[in-house]
Design a protein around this ligand. Structure first.
Ligand code: OAD
Length: 251
């Protein structure tokens, strides 16, 4: 598997560009790394990863919410403020452009920051939900008009509201799972961007693509443990590699 990183920035293997050019269907999976250059922390990067500073078991599990909903809401409000102040970076914008350049494009994200949508991708499969959604704990439905409170209540039934994200130990929404698995099985090119590929079932999408004879590539400045099974490894930041990819495709 050829790894590509030129001395002067990003080099994209022409065979990968050719595969993209010929692709009928491109499926992209993104992780926190694609938002890193927007100033949104990743989870596992040493020093500044979220899980370096906070224990996910204390903040991102149903049990943690059950025990101290106020603390969990404080943390998610902090994350909402952080993300609201962030902007899509050239990597997000390049993916919105890529969607226009290929016949069929599926974007699956593990991120909950909504930055792909703000960059212009209209169809985004949010594997882990969205940070800005409020969900009723009793009815399971999304709630639009929650009154602000330390622990907001559902205006319909009065139950606690929770952030509309998937927590550890929870299942991925069926529709996101079904659509993502189908896209991974159907695509001709699968591109994994900015994810440590440690969390399943998202991390298994590349395997499904590979099993269905897609060409699989990774963009990550720190090649993951999975990359040996991939066709290409682009060792670079997403904000540098994705615009280069789109530029090569568009010429
Ligand atoms: P991680 O923090 O596990 O991994 C981030 C990846 O991004 C690492 O492999 C970094 O090397 C890479 N990276 C860092 N900066 C980058 C950049 N500028 N460009 C490209 N890549 C860069 O985050 P995820 O893989 O997204 O789950 O984590 C997956 C899931 O684990 C998250 O969705 C979250 C977390 O627990 C839930 O919230 C359910």
């Amino acid at each position: 598997m050829p790894s590509t990183q030129g001395q002067t920035g990003v080099l994209i293997n022409p065979d990968f560009i050719a595969a993209l050019r010929d692709a009928r269907h491109v499926c992209v999976l993104t992780g926190a790394g694609v938002s890193a250059e927007s100033g949104v922390p990743t989870f596992r990067d040493s020093q500044h990863g979220l899980w370096e500073k906070y224990d996910p078991q204390q903040l991102a599990t149903p049990e943690a919410f059950e025990e101290d909903p106020k603390l969990v809401w404080q943390w998610y409000r902090w994350r909402r403020e952080l993300v609201a102040a962030a902007n899509p970076n050239p990597g997000h914008l390049a993916l919105a452009r890529l969607a226009e350049l290929v016949p069929r494009f599926t974007l699956v994200t593990q991120n909950v920051d909504g930055l792909h949508q703000r960059a212009g991708n209209s169809k985004v499969i949010e594997f882990h939900g969205n940070l800005f959604d409020d969900r009723c704990c009793a009815e399971g439905r999304l709630v639009e008009d929650a009154a602000d409170a330390d622990v907001p209540a559902c205006p319909r039934c009065g139950a606690n509201l929770r952030p509309g994200v998937v927590w550890f130990g929870e299942t991925i929404p069926d529709s996101a799972l079904d659509q993502s698995f189908a896209a991974a099985a159907d695509c001709d090119v699968f591109l994994s961007v900015g994810t440590s590929s440690l969390v399943y079932p998202a991390a298994g999408l590349a395997d499904i693509a590979k099993e269905n004879r897609a060409m699989v590539a990774e963009i990550n400045p720190n090649p993951t443990i999975r990359v040996a099974a991939y066709d290409f490894s682009i060792v670079a930041n997403a904000a540098a590699a994705l615009p280069k990819l789109v530029e090569s495709l568009a010429t």
